[in-house]
Ligand binder design. Sequence first.
Ligand code: AMP
Length: 399
Amino acid sequence: MTTGFLFADEMDLADQRVLLRLDINVPIKDGQVSDDTRIRRILPGLQALVAARAKIIILTHFGRPKGKVVAGLTVQPVADCMAKLLGQPVVVETDVIGAGGVAAMAALQSGDILMMENLRFYPEEEANDQGFAKKLAALGDVYVGDAFSCAHRAHASVDALPRLMPAAAGRSFAAELTALHAALAAPRRPLGAVVGGAKVSSKLALLENLVTKVDGLILGGGMANTFLLAQGIQIGASLAEPDMVDTARTIMAKADANGCRMILPTDLVVATAFAANAPHRVTDGSDIADHEMILDAGPQSVAAVTAFLGGCQTIVWNGPMGAFELKPFDAATNAVASAVARLTQDQQVMSVAGGGDTMAALANAGVNDHFSYVSAAGGAFLEWLEGKTLPGVDALQQR
Ligand code: AMP
């Protein structure tokens, strides 16, 4: 279990003014929320605060207004959607740090919800401005962070503010912390990681950290091509980063030195075009023609990966094993994801996935609900896997 944090669910917040930091960045179409998944995900925590009779002041950002008021980036549609889902008013206050905000806060009754207008309308938010944080702090008694997806941002409402007042982790933040802690900080071993995706360059820090932490690292996707290249395999027209070949060798050496087994595909699905249903064949990699490209791992690789993961107790997953948006090149991703889902359902492993396209890849495989935890926090999840200290997590840590 994670230590050093206060949890909102364990506190008596009756009549307390709670500054609740959420991430409510949902898609808007014609002035209305077009996908409310993210809002539904935070509802249980919000309902718990209402039931606890807290006075709730929601703080959030919305899109990238860059420190200016942008009419199209008001939080109003989100407040409307939230009000409808909750069956109670969610009033928006535009004068966040002025007299309007103070008056709205003073008028709050226990169980009421007030939503402050988009904090990024103020340049001080992204500047992590101390004075701005102090004005926000004056509006509440307790800070509850429930936006793990923003935890990698050193912004005023994420970083400076919680350091100024009693601060606790909200329900979904706590779930994320618990899952990540169980996956990387104190995992049951063996611990296996599946890392796929397009490029080595965007996952370099992650790979360098994981080889020091995991017992086995399975590489897939376009990223694995650069490692195959480093092993002297001719990869034809495959996506790869030839200038990262030396880096790939360094990562392999680091894995070796740390007792981390690297598992690369041993058979490959090569196609003649980057397109759905492009003509394709399976090869061991010895005869890839100049015009062919690797779009997926082959069945022998899937069997080896599945066998390795079957012996693990914890599995971390980021990125697809192949070009999963193009059928049938989603086969390896689907097969390995289904295997992890089965192991999870049989309670043989704890499985945590997240970052980038991972959610979409697991959804395509139909197993999104069958992992122990799937994180919706792209950047923050990746930075955690990179071993970085996230400002928004650090700020909640009790000292
Ligand atoms: P990332 O955002 O780094 O996780 O990368 C995900 C993207 O990598 C997806 O759009 C996949 O289609 C792409 N991808 C995975 N494998 C390959 C491959 N072998 N060749 C080209 N693109 C790939």
